[in-house]
Design a binder for this molecule. Structure first.
Ligand code: AHR
Length: 620
């Protein structure tokens, strides 16, 4: 294969080429990247998922029940009531999100209590495995009979627990206390990424950072939509003090706390230098109900309010609301808004095409003419400079066959692919794979190369879903799997591939003249003008023989690269096509890095193994 890469004449690359898509699915938020360690901290419930005592227990002799007669706030009406009986010391115990990671660091916590108590509350972290106390703090009670009183504390373990089989508890001496006492909003955070209050797990943020993502689409996904009225995601119920956040029934079989709310999402974007793609509710519930044209206006106004909350100055109504919560300055500029989620599905298309998309688009563009507004589908006629979002959950062959999806696009309307994944093997009726596998990862790479070649038509791509808590999940495969124990995190084969491509960004693609058509080698060439690098991104996938592709000899000449120039070739490969990175398993992706020297005419020659993904970089 002989290829000549011209030094100009390509397309400007999208700065958003590789990004993230996030919704609370698979306990990716609550019990996931949102660092709160206490499960079911405020007994939040709904008509869909009633309040429960999940995660909680008590010491022998004490009895726990849910109490709705002593609301902590309008948002948090249910608390836990402890009847001590004739027990001495009573403990209220939380098992965390399937364990608690305890290591030497400062943990910051708080709880509300109601009921007279003169004595000490003892907060502690305990190892279930060894029975030992890992950290303990005494707090003098200020609790009184008829009001809720917040108590703050820190816990400072001096050594790491042997595993994550640990609990948190609050203990008190029943002899000095009313019986019952009520507790609510019991919270404990480890250190968080960038020390944000109410922040994110450091280890999971670090693995995202290593991917160098350039956008975050949030908060859905189906979870944005809600199954039925009134359970859509509401931005204004996810802001401010936790005591004012009611939570909501997510669509993925668990109640959401909304502790990870609008402001926290934007901090996440700031912390990882990502462009927010703010997804807004578009008048359609996943279960079918649609808002009529006559009734849509308040929902459109709600989006403008949300944007004003984020970007308006403090003199505006919603900028003022933001300032009252402690953020006088606009949080960040929103440049991308997506209207709804997969409105081509579930019967939503006629109303979306008919009036819903236009209502949001027109109102947003009127107030923010430069805003990039993205439709949640490509199946409608897009107005003005609107973009579309295309999703594909597919098999290896189908992904590879979409390599040229955008080759002939002359559309003014760019496409975002904010959800893609290989989810099964080729043959029909195949079950979902549990984790990304190598043959699927290479097919995804082919698809991504197709998108990157066509930067004139595409905005960027994100694998979905992003996260999976291995203790409770609704969807496989996922990009990153985790538990409470950071050492058990599984970075999938697809994660390794995205990391390779995403960390080598083009500012422009470069035209390639080639001797052979694409397949089994698929590739894109480009350069980064800021770093003076030329790149080739390639994947080898043989559609005739996907699991046993042969090596491909490859020769490439970059115009402007002279003899003697040094190049770095990174090849990702594995021993078995269906290999997966799995919990407790070996890393199946082999990463071979070699240095090449350009020959006489600047020619670089190498072999790409069958079923591999590669990156060639030449710095000039
Ligand atoms: O990523 C999982 C789900 O797949 C998303 O919530 C939805 O948008 C898509 O159907």
């Amino acid at each position: 294969l002989e290829n000549f890469v011209a030094n100009s004449g390509g397309n400007a690359s999208s700065p958003l080429q590789y990004g993230l898509m996030f919704e609370d699915i698979n306990h990716s938020g609550d019990g996931g990247i949102y660092a709160e360690l206490i499960r079911n901290r405020a007994f939040q419930g709904s008509d869909v998922f009633p309040s429960s005592l999940t995660g909680w227990g008590a010491s022998k002799g004490a009895t726990l029940s849910l109490d709705t007669k002593s609301p902590l706030s309008a948002a948090l009406p249910t608390s836990v009531r402890i009847i001590a009986g004739d027990t001495g010391v009573v403990s209220l115990v939380n098992e965390g999100w399937w364990g608690i990671d305890v290591k030497p660091q400062i943990y910051t916590g708080s709880f509300y209590v109601k009921g007279a108590y003169e004595g000490q509350f003892v907060t502690s972290l305990q190892s279930t495995t060894t029975g030992s106390t890992l950290a303990l703090t005494n707090i003098t009670s200020r609790s009184v009979a008829d009001a809720w009183t917040q108590h703050n504390f820190t816990l400072n373990p001096t050594s790491a627990a042997s595993d994550t089989n640990n609990t948190f508890s609050i203990a008190y001496d029943a002899a000095g206390a009313d019986d019952p006492l009520n507790f609510n909003l019991i919270s404990l955070f480890p250190q968080t990424y960038n020390n944000r209050p109410n922040g994110m797990r450091i280890d999971l943020m670090n693995v995202l950072k290593d991917m160098a993502p350039s956008f975050l689409r949030f908060p859905g996904g189906n979870n944005l939509e809600g199954n039925d009225p009134p359970h859509r995601w509401r931005w204004n119920e996810t802001i401010g003090p936790l005591v004012n956040r009611p939570g909501r029934p997510g669509v993925w079989d668990y109640e959401n706390t909304d502790g990870l709310g609008l402001v926290e999402y934007l901090w996440w974007c700031q912390d990882l230098n990502m462009e927010p793609i703010l997804d807004i509710w578009a008048g359609f519930y996943l279960g079918g109900p649609v808002i009529s044209e006559a009734e849509l206006e308040p929902y459109v106004r709600d989006v403008l309010n949300e944007l004003e909350f984020i970007m308006g100055d403090a003199s505006t109504e919603y900028g003022g609301l933001r300032a009252s919560l402690g953020y006088p300055e606009p949080i960040m500029q929103i440049k991308y808004v997506e209207i709804g989620n997969e409105d081509n599905l579930g019967g939503g298309l006629p109303s979306y095409q008919g009036y819903r998309f236009a209502a949001f688009y027109d109102a947003i563009k009127e107030k923010y003419p430069d805003m990039n507004v993205i439709a949640s589908t490509v199946d409608i006629t897009l107005p003005g400079d609107a973009m579309g979002d295309y999703h594909t959950y597919s098999n290896p062959d189908a992904l590879v066959s979409q390599f040229n999806q955008f080759d002939h696009s002359t559309s003014e309307h760019k496409t975002l692919v904010s959800e893609y994944a290989n989810i099964q093997l080729n043959a029909t009726q195949q079950p979902r794979i549990p984790f990304p596998n190598w043959v699927g990862t290479v097919a995804e790479a082919v698809y991504l190369i197709g998108l990157e070649r066509n930067s004139h038509a595409t905005l960027g791509a994100a694998y979905a879903p992003l996260f999976q808590n291995l203790n409770s999940y609704q969807w496989t495969p996922d990009l990153i799997s985790f538990t409470a124990d950071p050492s058990q995190t599984v970075l999938s084969t697809s994660y390794e591939q995205i990391k390779l491509f995403s960390n080598s960004r083009f500012t422009t693609t470069l035209p390639v003249t080639t001797t052979t058509p694409f397949g089994p080698a698929y590739f894109v060439a480009g350069k980064n003008e800021a770093t003076n690098s030329y790149f080739l991104k390639a994947a080898v996938f043989d559609r005739q023989n996907p699991t046993a592709a042969a090596d491909v000899p490859f020769t490439i000449i970059f115009e402007g690269v002279e003899a003697g120039a040094s190049a770095t070739l990174t090849v990702l490969n594995t021993t078995s096509p269906e290999a997966m990175n799995m919990p407790g398993g070996e890393q199946v992706v082999r990463r071979d890095v070699s240095t090449l020297t350009a020959e006489e005419d600047g020619r670089l020659s190498f072999r790409l193994p069958g079923l591999s993904v590669a990156l060639l970089e030449v710095k000039v």
